[in-house]
Design a binder for this molecule. Structure first.
Ligand code: ADP
Ligand code: MG
Ligand code: MG
Length: 943
């Protein structure tokens, strides 16, 4: 018979079953169960418990009922717990109460259900009162059970219990739950049982076993609850994992003022600082702290009230952090001065905290630098470079009286948006109306998560740093301010008041999760600087060191790189190049020269050049452009002193530089109608010329190398400008490495035609200026034919750069400009495409073309330099592929460079050749998210 249930002290057996892997243990008993078992083994005080496996959950999902043997095994395990605790389930004299807790492999905080105080019935309550002499505690526990059981197991609306309690308190003139006395709670139990009966037509069950069975089933079911499913989608967690169920002896934080319950992080999850951050409530139970029902006190203050328990708590949490070598998120309860640990898990954190904690822990010697690099995700690096409000703008807003309130800075970042007072609206206006929304609530609940995810920011008037809103926002990187108590929200009238100011739904506000400040209206944002983020700079330096390590790649064939990827940037102007350098780029992979043609002083000359009727007239116009281009390149070389700069010769069809045909036509007609003659003839000539340039498929028409062959003067001028600038720089002592890139090659014959002419110009300039420097001529690989004939192309081209935007467009035959609008989204939704191939490289098609092109290209020319300059160069998954197939570098927008540096290091660490690796294989537990993504990928592949 299958073993569905494991006792608290059976961790060895689970490990055996999992083949010794801790990840496997988590798969079987869930993250919470694994943590509880592990703590028990380490003699951390954990109340006795047993765990129902995820397999049991999956079997239940399939059959719609408990698998054979499960219930019997639960009862047997319950006996063992009774023996251990000396209490009995359902007993009048010395009753055992238990909690029934969800716990999947990957923690999904607040997404599934937990029921406390199971085993309480009318009879048991009486017995407990006699036993403890504490009737307030017993009735408080009982009313919690009826409410939790009602809402979770029987699906009764929260309001069915919340409303009667609120009116009861109002009648009594109470504000807070702590004012409630024993007889009050007793009365409430009666009211709740009545409400329960009203709502589901049955009495609240008085059989403890029935309570337990139904609770187990309800936790199983919560795996498929709406919010759990939404959460898994967002986090990329597979639906097939299932949840475990932990049945755990109750310990009570609500027996009096020598009792407490709380949650804490071993380091600050918002900033990463190495200080315990947590909150507790005296005389409370469960997640009262998280629910924000009462204002909780900082854990540090517990020292005053319960010094012994506090000391023990600090010792245990320090040990846990060391054991798991990561920041822990713990839940605890103190019952009459005795500490009990109820959960430990790797804590969720902001991007900022992730970086700081990783770097600190490596410096503390807790983890290796490689592990530190692996602990941070590319998305987190990205988040740190996202816009923030700048101080000046905030000061100004304050002076202008736009300051509204200050709350707890729960999750950093700037959010500007229109306010909505519930999750559905925040989501609806974001999705359907494409608005930037801010979700504003008194506090949030698990049911609100979809609105939070859709919103740009979250603001609550209640709750603290560990409240639900704060935890969820941090996890998703949503800027969030909580507990801004100056804000009074009227959910019925759908307005919020701050002093005199009244804001309606749809009004704009600015929320600064970094400082906790909230402003009316829109405040401008600015880019944060990388240089000021010391820990991030350190982490990226470590990432670069990993990528630069020898033998992180195998030399597939002579010439293949054995180090990891370099990161270059796409930059057209010197200022972009400087930013790229400061962000850590070590080359320019794409400088688009045509952008420079659009500048107002140049465009008329460009048009004249295009319209020229003779080669001389064209050359005259080009001679006017030459000094401009030379200056552009000079600035680039100077900014990239010593690093390679790839300059792409003119690529787009010429009509892009001409006035719009329809507009011209209109103007000509208008002039005719009005009888104006001045300039008419010129306009008509221009119109005729533009008409003559019309193409049905301009993207596949006269552009790239084709244009250069039919009109070589332009690229001849460009090459001259490049070489003259390079020569001038060399003479000034700037080190240059120009690489000239010919776009849109489809056959080597094109290169054979154009390249020698250009090389001659280069040589001529060098001898005119009497300088020498190294240079390269190469091509973009963006037409499938070029990829397929790479061995031929490489006989001429000294480097390849994959232009994956066009290569994707032409390999799929999808028009990039129309596909997204017309059918790509449907394709992704229907699973015809796993991802948008313009965002993430299609490994099986486009990626395979690339792989072959590199292999064959290096057969013809082993030292062939290979890069990528399409949009994919900044996408982590695509970067990984580039690493795997032997690119020398990836090139992306300057803003993505830090992200790409981290992604390149991850690729190196995740694909170390088995034998040759120079460093010891890190005993890395991969960051949870990574593992999840992989699992998802695997599942996706299987499909
Ligand atoms: P979640 O996964 O949502 O955190 P938990 O299963 O951890 O749910 O339960 C939530 C809270 O309920 C815990 O943090 C703890 O305060 C309380 N709790 C759960 N089990 C017990 C127990 N056996 N004794 C006392 N409190 C408990
Ligand atoms: Mg919790
Ligand atoms: Mg918990």
């Amino acid at each position: 018979m299958s073993k569905w249930v494991y006792l608290y002290n059976e961790v060895k057996e689970v490990e055996k079953r999992a083949g010794g892997s801790w990840d496997g243990v988590k798969s079987i008993v869930g993250g919470k169960g694994a943590g509880l078992m592990d703590m028990t083994r380490a003699n951390v005080p954990v109340p006795p418990f047993f765990t129902v496996t995820t397999e049991a959950c999956n079997a239940y999902q399939k059959a719609g009922k408990f698998p054979a043997g499960l219930w019997e095994q639960e009862l047997t395990a319950l006996k063992a717990i009774e023996k251990k605790t000396g209490k009995k389930f359902g007993d009048k004299k010395n009753p055992l109460l238990v909690s029934c807790r969800s716990g999947a492999k990957f923690s999904m905080p607040g997404m599934m259900n937990t029921i406390l105080n199971i085993g309480l019935t009318d009879v048991v309550a009486e017995g407990m009162i006699k036993e403890t002499g504490n009737d307030r505690f017993v009735w408080d526990s009982y009313r919690r059970l009826v409410e939790m059981f009602g809402t979770v197991v029987m699906d009764i609306e929260d309001e069915a219990f919340e409303h009667p309690l609120a009116s009861f308190k109002e009648k009594k003139g109470y504000k807070l739950d702590i004012e409630m006395r024993a007889e009050d709670w007793k009365e409430v139990v009666g009211i709740y049982k009545e409400a329960y009966k009203q709502a589901c037509g049955q009495e609240f069950p008085q059989d403890p076993n029935k309570q337990l069975a139904l609770a187990t089933e309800a936790v199983f079911k919560s795996w498929n609850g709406k919010r759990a499913v939404a959460y898994r989608r967002k986090e990329g967690i597979s639906d097939t994992l299932g949840t475990a169920v932990n049945i755990c002896t109750m310990v009570f934080g609500n027996m009096g003022d020598d009792c407490a319950t709380g949650v804490a992080f071993t380091r600050n999850p918002s900033t990463g600082e190495k200080v315990m951050m947590g909150e507790y409530l005296l005389n409370a139970q469960g997640e009262d702290v998280v629910a924000g029902i009462r204002n909780a006190d900082e854990v540090a203050n517990l020292k005053k009230y319960m010094p012994k328990a506090y000391k023990q708590f600090m010792e245990i949490t320090a040990r846990l952090e060391k054991h798991y070598t990561d920041m822990q998120d713990v839940e605890f309860t103190i019952e009459r001065g005795t500490l009990w640990m109820l959960q430990t898990r790797v804590g969720k954190r902001t991007a900022k905290a992730a970086v700081k904690i990783a770097v600190d822990m490596a410096n503390e010697g807790l983890i290796t630098r490689d592990q530190a690099v692996q602990r941070v995700t590319p998305d987190q690096v990205d988040a740190l470079l996202h816009p923030q409000f700048d101080d000046a703008a905030m000061n100004l807003a304050e002076k202008e009286g736009k300051f509204l309130a200050k709350g707890v800075n729960a999750s950093p970042g700037a959010a500007v948006g229109q306010i909505y007072f519930d999750a559905d609206k925040a989501e609806q206006y974001a999705k359907e109306h494409k608005q930037d929304t801010i979700m504003v609530r008194p506090f949030t609940k698990p049911d609100d998560v979809h609105g939070m995810i859709a919103a740009k920011g979250v603001l609550t008037s209640e709750g603290g740093a560990t409240s639900h809103a704060a935890v969820v926002a941090r996890q998703f990187g949503i800027p969030c301010v909580v507990g801004a108590s100056a804000i009074k929200i009227d959910l019925e009238k759908r307005v919020m008041h701050v002093g005199e100011t009244v804001l309606n739904e749809g009004d704009w506000i600015s929320v600064d999760g970094t400082t906790g400040k909230v402003f009316a209206g829109k405040i401008p944002t600015s880019e944060p600087s990388l240089e000021e983020q010391k820990e991030l700079m350190t982490l990226l330096k470590w990432a670069d060191e990993i990528s630069a390590r020898k033998n992180v790649r195998e030399e597939v064939r002579p010439g293949y790189p054995t180090r990891g990827l370099q990161v270059w940037a796409n930059a057209d102007y010197p200022k972009d190049a400087r930013r790229a350098r400061s962000y850590g780029a070590v080359g320019i992979g794409l400088c688009r020269t045509e952008h420079m043609f659009f500048e107002p002083e140049r465009l008329p000359i460009v048009q004249r050049m295009i319209l020229a009727e003779s080669s001389e007239a064209r050359t005259d116009a080009l001679n006017l452009l030459l000094p401009h281009q030379r200056k552009d390149f000079d600035g680039l070389f100077e900014a990239m002193d010593g690093f390679p700069v790839i300059i792409r010769l003119i690529d787009p069809p010429l009509h892009e530089f001409m006035p719009d045909e329809e507009k011209l036509m209109e103007e000509v007609i208008t002039m005719h109608v009005k009888g104006e003659t001045e300039g008419l003839e010129e306009k008509e000539k221009l119109l005729a010329a533009v008409k003559g340039m019309h193409e049905s498929n301009p993207m596949m028409g006269l552009r790239g190398v084709r244009l250069s062959i039919s009109m070589p003067e332009i690229v001849e001028m460009q090459v001259r400008a490049i070489f003259e600038a390079a020569a001038d720089c060399t003479l000034r002592g700037v080190k240059v490495k120009p690489e000239i890139m010919i776009p849109l090659t489809g056959t080597v014959k094109e290169l054979e035609w154009i390249q020698p002419r250009l090389e001659r110009i280069g040589k001529a300039v060098m001898s005119e200026k009497k300088v020498k420097f190294a240079y390269k001529f190469g091509t973009m690989i963006e037409i499938p034919r070029a990829a397929v004939t790479a061995d031929h192309i490489a006989t001429k081209a000294q480097f390849f750069s994959f232009g994956t935007n066009d290569l994707t467009q032409m390999t799929f035959g999808y028009s990039r400009d129309d596909a997204e609008r017309n059918f790509l989204i449907t394709y992704v939704q229907e699973g015809i495409l796993v991802k948008n191939p313009f965002q993430t490289l299609d490994r099986n098609g486009v990626g395979k073309l690339m792989k072959n092109a590199i292999f064959e290209g290096r057969a013809a020319r082993p030292e062939l330099e290979v890069g990528i300059c399409g949009e994919h160069g900044g996408d982590p998954e695509s970067i990984e592929w580039c690493h795997m197939i032997g690119n020398n570098y990836v090139s992306c927008s300057p803003f993505r460079v830090p992200v790409a540096r981290l992604a390149a290091a991850h690729a190196a660490l995740n694909h170390m050749p088995v034998k040759k690796a120079v460093t010891k294989k890190p005993a890395a537990k991969k960051p949870v998210k990574k593992v999840v993504k992989k699992a998802v990928k695997k599942v996706a592949k299987k499909k």
